[in-house]
Ligand binder design. Sequence first.
Ligand code: PLP
Length: 396
Amino acid sequence: MRYSSITDRLADLGSEKWALHIRARQMQASGTDIIQLTIGEPDVPPDASLLAEAQRAMNAGRYRYSNGRGEPSVVKALTARYAKRRPDVTAENVLCFPGTQTALFAVMLGLVEAGDGVLVGDPLYATYDGVIQSTGAHRVTVPLKPQHGFHMQAADLERAVTPACRVLLLNTPHNPTGAVLTAEEIAAIGEVCRRHDLWIVCDEVYEELILSGTFASPFDNPDLAERTIVVSSISKSHAAPGFRSGWAVGTVEFASRLLPVSETMLFGVQPFIADMTAYALTHETGTAAAMRTSYKARADRIMQGLQNVPGIVPLPPEAGMFILVDVAGTGLTGDAFAWRLLEEEHVAVMPGASFGKEATSFIRVSLTVPDMAIDEACRRITRLAIRLLSPRERRA
Ligand SMILES: Cc1ncc(COP(=O)(O)O)c(C=O)c1O
């Protein structure tokens, strides 16, 4: 039977990226004790009040069909939230989606197609290639360099732009690097986007997990308002990824153009999840603050634990739930180091190469495990680094 080309474009996207993670899971299933530091999922549950609100809403019959924009309860909460950042925002600027991922998919489908280019920084979040390629568009890479703390530089963006480019897919705070762009950097990047008439799709899912620095967004810059679309969710901020509750906020014209796409795809988001999200957005639960405290403390533990280890340079993250560690000084790539760490020391981390070319000398370590596991992982990373730099190993 015949399939459409989207199935070819998305086939194999990323299977090799996850090879180490999959191998670690297999080793664990066959009885090996592995410290799992590959994926980052909040290690705390959502606040009990959110579960109670979802339950209350279900019991109250909030399980009927919704509509393409979203339930009034959550649209109102989102309007209030974003109107604080830009006073012209009304309900007509907002669209609800099941998570940032779906929002990204629908937004990209509404903005680009075959022949178009989408600019995106490298390293990049694992699903971005799929989101871009599903539309038929192609990725145009902007290198994010370690010497700039992986912050996108306007000059690098300018160099990368081609006549086919229509969108800059920006991610701040950034996964996997944790970089948080400053308002000045965003203004300079925005200037390039204005010159080339590019949309800016800004993935802000880590907005509430900033460990140092200040959040800034093109959405808050009046000069960029007409071209900026924010996508986000409660997955990270409220430790609620399984609820699949997110949104996109852009201009009124953008939202009205995209509404039929959303209606066709989804026929609305679950009302009981909408009510729970409205509750989450209007009540302080302390979940994000608690995660910020523990992720910052764990990042500091790793910085300390690895600070004098030969061949190893950890980079303090500005945000998020990961820390990047440069292992180039051990003589191995991040990929080779990660595989040896798994096989010899039973610690699973992501090779930086899984997130792009610019991170090939790095490993990405998740901060979503207890402190004791973090400390033990540091001891084992140290052991491997020392072994790699020992005269015997160097001769081999
Ligand atoms: C940068 C980035 N964007 C989007 C997502 C997906 O978020 P959601 O659960 O809201 O779909 C993730 C999840 O890890 C992420 O890291």
